[in-house]
Ligand binder design. Structure first.
Ligand code: ADP
Ligand code: MG
Length: 235
């Protein structure tokens, strides 16, 4: 199509948290609704970062997404906002699973999901090793909207679940945060099991500070047959 302008090389680079990017997006223009924007204002977040501007509309419409940008660029909200928005629109339809390599990262992720999701009535739980397994099992039993987990503990909980009920059978969205670290042999067996427990037509989002060859290969083809290739944003 005509009219698509290439950014010129000498255009100033927007700073990390400025909305002064070429498109001047707002959370509203990205498709987020008032209650979520109000929740963001409550934590003093008023305009999207670049990766949020790029990824929020794509994830909101159900597209698989790969996001690569350096630490501190706001990757968490780039996936948390569209996920929370979609669950709030259809509270029984989506159950998101967010996987990350460490306990500390899981708590940090959950904190951001809670900050924007709780005001909208969404339940987020954290499932990590080393903490009370019975309590986590009970929390999972209540079918929270968002499960933030390290793979090992989530596998343990699902495998030990009574009656062989697959608690992830309705999960619609899967996020691998720190995807470069997740997609290594260490996590491969646990991830294979968790993927097998989720619906085949789920939406998959990968976020990372470093795009490596494994991730580039995943960007080349649909996550599952019949889906479009993932949207990829990298800086
Ligand atoms: P990373 O890209 O390393 O995953 P995070 O998503 O953890 O970075 O974000 C880093 C910090 O930036 C967090 O404290 C988060 O609350 C803050 N942040 C995220 N998005 C915005 C925004 N749009 N405006 C201001 N601060 C933001
Ligand atoms: Mg991060």
């Amino acid at each position: 199509t005509r009219g698509v302008q290439k950014p010129s090389a000498d255009e100033p680079k927007p700073s990390l948290f400025s909305s002064a990017g070429s498109k001047n997006e707002t959370f509203e223009s990205l498709g987020l609704s008032r209650p979520l924007i109000t929740a963001l204002a409550g934590i003093s977040i008023r305009s999207p970062t670049e990766i949020q501007s790029a990824c929020v509309p794509q994830i909101l419409k159900g597209r698989d997404c790969i996001g690569g940008a350096k630490t501190g660029s706001g990757k968490t909200l780039a996936f948390a906002l569209p996920i929370v928005e979609r669950i709030a629109r259809d509270p029984f339809g989506i159950w998101a699973v967010v996987l990350t390599p460490t306990r500390e990262l899981a708590y940090q992720l959950a904190e951001q999901f809670i900050a924007v999701g709780k005001p909208l009535g969404l339940e987020t739980i954290t499932v990590v090793g080393g903490m009370d397994m019975m309590g986590q099992a009970a929390a999972l039993e209540k079918r929270p909207h968002i499960v933030v987990a390290t793979p090992g503990r989530l596998c343990d909980l699902l495998r030990s679940s009574s009656g062989g009920v697959n608690k992830l059978s309705r999960a619609k969205v899967l996020v691998l945060d720190e995807a470069d670290r997740m997609l290594t042999p260490t996590f491969a067996p646990d991830l294979a099991y968790l993927f097998s427990q989720m619906p085949a037509d789920r939406q998959t989002c990968l976020f990372t500070a470093t795009i490596n060859d494994t991730i580039l290969q995943l960007a080349e083809k649909p996550a599952q047959p019949g889906r479009p290739k993932p949207f990829m944003y990298r800086v």
